[in-house]
Design a protein. Structure first.
Length: 244
């Protein structure tokens, strides 16, 4: 792992916690294990249908994180069913994102008056399956990953790239309701600052009165987990100040 990234990161029993890379304008809830039978709202229970035990545990614990995050935001928890593409359907006035991987579940939310969109992703700190990197990356990205691997071999940089692109898509979709291919994004990772930049190769959505040409986010890596996060602020009201 990169000691620069982890030096200021909060850690749970299995690795880093997502709140350490988030701005003050959002709140997070995460868990490293599935509690027995976490409660679901009827709409959520219907959405999960006849999923197997593993899929049900992932979904239910991730929704438990979502409900907890809504409480931290000062709201009464409500159902967060998936949309047509699996995106979480938040209560009115809320934006957010959910992620889950083996050994980790998390949700991040903010109020729509302060935050335009959020995208988070968690992955195991392990290499992608053979052939996947070529399918989801561009030649210049692969060359940058080779340089990073030579300097910081304990981080699986192909997985960081994948996670960053997942966070970009989760940020993009609520703003556009359109698909975004992996090759439509060029990601650049800063290993020292724990940041990444994703340049869009297609016309971006309009936020704050301007068309977005890139998303910027933060990442961290522990021995077991890689986490990425993007938070795009909403337009600030005249005379108001924002943090993050």
């Amino acid at each position: 792992m990169t000691t620069v990234r982890m030096s200021g990161a909060a850690a749970g029993p299995a690795g880093p916690m997502i709140k350490s890379i988030l701005p003050d304008c959002v709140v997070a809830a995460d868990l490293f294990a599935d509690p027995p039978d976490p409660p679901l709202f009827p709409e959520e229970d219907r959405a999960i249908g006849d999923a197997d035990a593993e899929g049900r545990a992932e979904f239910a614990t991730a929704r438990m994180c979502a409900h907890d995050a809504l409480r931290k935001l000062g709201m009464r928890p409500g159902p967060v069913p998936p949309g047509l593409r699996g995106e979480p359907q938040w209560p009115a006035g809320v934006v957010g994102s959910i992620t889950h991987c083996t050994g980790y579940r998390a949700a991040v939310v903010g109020v729509a008056s302060k935050v335009a969109t959020i995208g988070i992703d968690a992955e195991r700190n392990e290499p992608l399956v053979d052939g996947v990197l070529d399918a989801v990356s561009l030649p210049e990205e692969r060359e940058a990953l080779r340089r990073l691997a030579a300097r910081h071999p304990r981080v699986h940089w192909d997985r960081v790239l994948w996670s960053a692109k997942e966070s970009v898509y989760k940020s993009w979709f609520p703003l556009t309701k359109r698909w975004l291919d992996f090759e439509d994004i060029i990601v650049s990772v800063d290993p020292g600052r724990g940041e990444f930049s994703a340049r869009l190769r297609v016309p971006g959505p309009r936020v704050n009165g301007q068309q977005l040409s890139r998303f910027t986010g933060r990442w961290l890596a522990g021995p077991e987990l890689i986490i990425t996060a993007i938070v795009v602020p909403a337009p600030a009201r005249r005379g108001a100040t924002t943090r993050g």
